[in-house]
Write a protein that binds this ligand. Structure first.
Ligand code: HEM
Length: 414
């Protein structure tokens, strides 16, 4: 397998961004007078305000749907997989470029939002596609149509990202800053006097944005859908989580990110979800094949290994408050590795955990939920590139808070 996948023609290398130095690559580009960890810290800080606003918009829309269906105690039936997908994609696009393409309230023309939304969906679909020619390269010609469509998607995305950069540059000239990642990157690269970045860091900015849209959203969506599915099937756990929210936040305001440190039961639920349903199932294969001399697949099943966990197949969130309270997801423990390990581990661990915990907390605080006809949610995995739930998560949801907390800006009204 390994030798089949290695490219024989060494001239066909991935395109390189010019200006990289030996060993440190492009890290120097972030030397803007601050240490690089401060620069990345700034990036995370400026995006915080947009997350709360996006939840206001999405949950406000769910509240309106419930009202339009008569505002019944039974609730309104919603496909929560789609809702979380749209919300997290908007989260990420707003953080990166100030764009909202998904859901009922895009912040650009509806036609543009639909075109761009489809472009990102196609990109993600093609990214995870298994091609026959990956395994048997001579048969590549059979897939000419797919490859042509892949190239068309890639060049349309390139045009879109160019347009984003131009738009942000123009706004910067007019001294209008949206306070998103693209604004920060342009600022960082404008301060460089590195002649090899003579394209103004264009390619680096485009690839960074694309990488974040892809890698930052899929795993977060997957985790949230599994967490809510587990809670729908375990009403006693759901009740305890909502009691914790009631105790900590009450009903007069929305959850804030600063509340998360006090929601220890909710944190344990998220860890247990990541143990049972790690979003990236293929990563351990790569690690095992290339770096470790242990049997294939062993790594993948560590998180349900009966030698490491008591009752490994059960949803026992309390383990992270008792026997396994020292086990964290940050790569210090080999028992729990949903973000990978070592040098290739996910660089977005704090942001990913914050996003999942914050969205879960706000959802459980804002809505009661029930499965259609009281049946259990099926927990079938799609066994694909990302470990999606194979079928949509359909739930009846009913608002729990006062109407004023489902309006735009309601997170600030407290
Ligand atoms: C619950 C949420 C998340 C989980 C479980 C997760 C998990 C992972 C895993 C397993 C990998 C591969 C590690 C490896 O190759 O060994 C990865 C890579 C990565 N993640 Fe995350 N991630 C999450 C959220 C995020 C977020 C929010 C961001 C950033 C905004 C992010 C950015 C990245 C990047 C840039 C990579 C590297 C991709 C590459 O190799 O090009 N992730 N993540």
């Amino acid at each position: 397998m390994k030798s089949l996948r290695r490219p024989k023609n060494k001239k066909r290398m991935a395109p390189m961004v010019p200006g990289g130095w030996p060993l440190i690559g492009h890290l120097r580009a972030f030397d803007n007078g601050k240490q690089s960890n401060h620069t990345f810290g700034d990036m995370a800080d400026v995006t915080e305000h947009s997350r709360a606003g996006e939840v206001d918009v999405a949950f406000g829309e769910l509240y309106r749907q419930w009202e339009q269906k008569g505002g019944s105690q039974k609730g309104v039936l919603v496909d929560m997989s789609q809702e979380f997908h749209d919300l997290i994609k908007n989260f990420s696009l707003m953080m990166i470029a100030g764009k909202r393409y998904y859901g009922a309230s895009p912040n650009c023309e509806i036609g543009e939002a639909m075109r761009c939304g489809k472009l990102f969906r196609d990109f993600v679909d093609y990214f995870g596609l298994y091609l026959l020619s990956d395994l048997v390269p001579p048969l590549g010609w059979l897939e000419w149509r797919t490859k042509r469509d892949m190239k068309r998607t890639a060049s349309a995305l390139d045009e879109l990202l160019e347009a984003w950069i131009e738009e942000h540059k123009k706004k910067r000239k007019d001294s209008v800053s949206g306070g998103n990642l693209l604004d920060l990157l342009l600022e960082v690269f404008e301060q460089q006097d590195n002649p090899s970045l003579d394209d103004g860091g264009h390619k680096t900015i485009k690839s960074l944005c694309l990488n974040l849209v892809l890698s930052g959203t899929q795993a977060t969506i997957v985790t949230l859908v599994w967490a809510v599915s587990l809670l729908a099937n375990n009403p006693d756990v759901l009740k305890k989580a909502q009691e914790e929210l009631q105790r900590t936040i009450g009903e007069s305001r929305a959850v804030e990110e600063s509340d998360l440190k006090d929601l220890v039961y909710l944190q344990a639920i998220v860890k247990e979800t990541l143990r049972l349903y790690p979003p990236a199932t293929l990563t351990p294969y790569r690690v095992v094949m290339e770096d470790f001399d242990i049997a294939n697949e062993t790594f993948m099943f560590l998180q349900r290994d009966p030698n490491l966990w008591s009752n490994p197949e059960a949803f026992e969130r309390e383990r992270f408050l008792t026997s396994d309270r020292e086990v964290d997801v940050g790569g210090q423990s080999y028992k729990l590795t949903p973000f990978g390990l070592g040098r290739m581990a996910c660089p977005g661990i704090p942001l990913g955990m914050t996003m999942v915990q914050y969205l879960l907390a706000r959802f459980l605080h804002s809505f009661d939920l029930a499965t259609p006809s009281g049946q259990d949610v099926d927990m079938i995995e799609n066994n694909g590139f990302a470990n999606y739930k194979a079928t949509p998560l359909e739930l009846f949801i009913t608002p729990r808070l006062h109407k004023s907390l489902y309006q735009n800006g309601s997170h600030r009204a407290c």
